[in-house]
Design a protein around this ligand. Structure first.
Ligand code: GLC
Length: 752
């Protein structure tokens, strides 16, 4: 079958069954087999299929569990999550298939967040590369490794938009913009699921966390979420709808309440919007014990009440908590749920397993030979290295300190700081690298900055010293003399600062974005009174570094780059790769400015400049960010022509074309992310001052020019409001095109 046909087969599984394909994997054929099997199942066997139990890694609160194999034997397990041991998975599958009455295979789920055995840059870093093809290819590799290791189902992509970098999970997403977040969601789903879910090198995707999790109050993980339908529809839901329409086989509930109703039992989200409006009919799995936590939320009385409310809302499978096992049968007996509702959840579960090919061959993903041949191929690391280099964002390069030029003025280079050469603690990665294990992993697989930079720079004729200092995350070293001496002896200092890898991810929110005090001290040593210095930031979120911003001439955001951290950093610092990253999320000047995002409303009193009274601003801080959404420098420069429009006004149904000519005005080749924004000047309700509606990453040789054209239709100009759903208001608009959300050319047009 052609890829497009098979891809629409996947989408057909999740949406209402459409047309049939080849006999074996057609929707109708699978539905027939599902009905045949369902008819044979007892109530206990049905409820057992809705139970997902924890394997050998725990990623949440303590949950009590009986012996896993005994539970499987008793027909109480439909799925196992977070199990790393390959041989065990074979044993579990054998028990499920050979020692239960109906032999229904288990589906194995796993958090495949930024690579599986080969670790890629964190998703937020990948988003900074603005290269959708690379993101898709990276997930293709992650899926290939995960499927070869017996995983069938990735608990990804995480598509939560957020405006709050204090939230530790900001690293898992694509930043603050719903348009870009939607494009990234589609690329990830395509990468994971490929053309056919039943192939042994694809895994099911899982759009999570549905929905609103990124807006937890205070950026504090698992906290309350309260927002207007307007924000839900315009900012939160677009990437989820994009994932659903891209064919994501599954969705995952969020932990949070949304306007008082826990997401797992939120009928408005799961039934009205996801299944109703979008027509998506795939499997919804809870988050870790999120069914049971509805009791803790105070929105359910006990396991029976929780089971009834979550199932009735349209959620299907119970991750980790065992709530359905404890309460769903009682809920049925009490008439709180119907047999049809249970059957519908089981249907979606069985259909999911059929689409993976698990009934045709339960051991398809458990082939030791394929595993041996597939994991950790060298080309995977090359892909990770290229993505890491492309994700790095150059924020500052005063005086052209970078790239390091052997013919330049700096001969002696000192590399200092906690992340110059750190081993362990999942540094340069994140908590979400469970394919390597929870904490003890083979850290020799990670290339540190020192390992790569020293030989590479010495080969170029530089002298390099390495001073590992501030090795504890807080960097409150008392004695900085080693760093001081190294800095004094050097022409240029590279300070590697930022966050501990293990401290990045879930349950890792922070109350301040400031660098640890000791690291700023280190940067002062590095800058030694405005001598040439480079700050390399290993970070999982926007951080705040006011002193460095003013005093360190070069600043490079390296994010958490994954296995190839050191090599990718070397490629960028030496100019082998010209940095092209652009921020997918605003870097505020201070934690106190949060929430700060580019696509904000004007307010009735926009402050034109800092200090203006009776306007919306602070007495002690400008309204501007440290570095805006879409910003990133290059080793070259780009110029933009004025915008040319194909017409000054469009009627509904017509297309506006906005073109600019971009020129590389520097003397090295480079890539530029050309961004297109709009503003609806007057509408029924207040509209954002800018909204991203398109982007294109182009490569230009020195002196080369390219014309980039963005096509805008009425759909691009539409917005949600309660009265009228999505629609565009006739009236005046602006279109902006540029290399960031602030450095733009502008043109006016009208929608008739
Ligand atoms: C965690 C996370 C979720 C993850 C799941 C399994 O608590 O919220 O993203 O997929 O549990 O690890």
């Amino acid at each position: 079958m052609k890829n497009t046909a098979i891809r629409s087969l996947i989408i057909a599984f999740c949406f209402l069954p459409l047309t049939a394909f080849s006999q074996k994997t057609s929707v109708q054929n699978i539905d027939r087999r599902v009905e045949e099997l369902l008819a044979k199942m007892t109530v206990d066997e049905k409820i057992g299929q809705l139970n997902q139990v924890v394997g050998d890694i725990s990623t949440g609160t303590d949950v009590k569990q009986d012996n896993l194999l005994n539970q499987i034997r008793a027909g109480k397990v439909g799925s196992v999550l977070s199990h790393t041991n390959f041989e065990n998975k074979i044993v579990m599958q054998r028990v499920a298939v050979k020692e239960t009455r109906l032999g229904i295979p288990i589906v194995f789920g796993f958090d495949v967040i930024h690579g599986y055995k080969t670790i890629f840059p964190i998703p937020l870093a990948q988003a900074a590369g603005w290269n959708l093809a690379a993101i898709e290819a990276g997930e293709r590799i992650a899926a290939t490794e995960a499927a070869a290791d017996g995983q069938n189902w990735a608990f990804a992509p995480m598509v939560d938009i957020t405006h709050d970098p204090r939230w530790g999970r900001v690293m898992e997403g694509a930043g603050e913009d719903p348009y870009y977040g939607s494009r990234v969601a589609e690329a990830r789903v395509r990468g994971f699921q490929g053309a056919d879910l039943s192939l042994p090198n694809t895994v099911a995707a899982c759009a999570k966390h549905f929905a609103g999790y990124g807006f937890v109050e205070g950026g504090r993980d698992y906290n309350t979420v309260d927002m207007s339908e307007q924000r839900l529809r315009e900012t939160v839901l677009p990437p989820f709808e994009a994932a659903a329409r891209a064919g994501s086989a599954t969705f995952m509930n969020a932990f949070n309440t949304l306007n008082g109703v826990p997401a797992s039992m939120n009928k408005h989200l799961v039934t009205d919007i996801l299944r109703g409006e979008w027509g998506w009919n795939g499997l919804v799995v809870s988050d870790w014990d999120s069914f049971g936590e509805t009791v803790e939320h105070g929105a359910a009385e006990d396991d029976t009440d929780a089971s009834a409310k979550c199932l009735a809302a349209g959620s299907d499978m119970d991750m980790a908590g065992g709530t359905f096992q404890l309460g769903l049968k009682k809920a049925l007996e009490q008439g709180r749920v119907t047999q049809q509702q249970i059957d519908e959840a089981v249907r979606r579960t069985l259909r999911f397993k059929f689409s993976l090919g698990l009934f045709d061959d339960p051991f398809r993903y458990l082939d030791p030979k394929r595993r041996e041949q597939t994991l950790e191929k060298p080309e995977y690391r090359q892909a990770a290295r290229a993505m890491a280099a492309e994700s790095m964002v150059l924020l500052k390069n005063d005086g052209g300190v970078l790239p390091l030029d052997p013919a330049g003025p700096f001969k002696k280079i000192a590399l200092i700081g906690p992340y110059a050469n750190s081993i362990g603690n999942k540094d340069y990665m994140s908590f979400w690298t469970l394919g390597l294990g929870m904490r003890d992993y083979d850290s020799t697989k990670v290339v540190t900055p020192a390992m790569a930079l020293k030989p590479a720079l010495e080969k170029l004729g530089f002298e390099v010293t390495i001073t590992e200092i501030c090795l504890d995350a807080n960097c409150d070293e008392k004695d900085y003399s080693a760093a001081l001496n190294a800095a004094r002896a050097a022409d240029l200092v590279i300070a590697c600062v930022g966050e501990r890898g293990y401290d990045c991810g879930e349950s890792r929110s922070v109350n301040t974005l400031e660098l640890p005090r000791g690291q700023e001290r280190l940067l002062q040593i590095a800058a030694r009174g405005n001598k040439p210095a480079v700050m390399v930031l290993f970070n999982s979120r926007p951080l705040v570094f006011p002193w460095a911003m003013e005093n360190v001439p070069a600043i490079l955001v390296a994010w958490q780059p994954g296995f190839e951290a050191g090599n990718a950093l070397t490629d960028v610092l030496t100019g082998k790769v010209n940095p092209s990253g652009k921020l997918p999320i605003t870097f505020p000047r201070s934690t106190g400015q949060i929430p700060m995002y580019y696509n904000h409303l004007s307010t009735g009193r926009p402050q034109a400049q800092f200090g203006e009274m009776w306007k919306s601003g602070y007495l002690d801080m400008p309204n501007t960010p440290a570095y805006p959404f879409g910003f990133g420098l290059s080793y070259t420069t780009f110029s933009y022509s004025d915008i040319k429009l194909n017409k000054a006004a469009i009627n509904k149904g017509e297309t506006l074309e906005a073109s600019v000519t971009v020129t590389n005005t520097g003397n090295v080749a480079g890539a530029e992310v050309v961004q297109c924004y709009i503003r609806d000047l007057f509408a029924d309700i207040s509209r954002p001052v800018k909204e991203l509606k398109g982007f294109e990453k182009i490569k230009l040789a020195p002196g080369e020019s390219r014309t980039v054209t963005f096509k805008l239709t009425e759909k691009d100009l539409s917005y949600w409001n309660d009265q009228t759903k999505f629609k565009a208001d006739p009236g005046k608009f602006k279109v902006f095109v540029g290399g960031s959300s602030v450095d733009v050319k502008v043109a006016d047009f009208e929608l008739k």
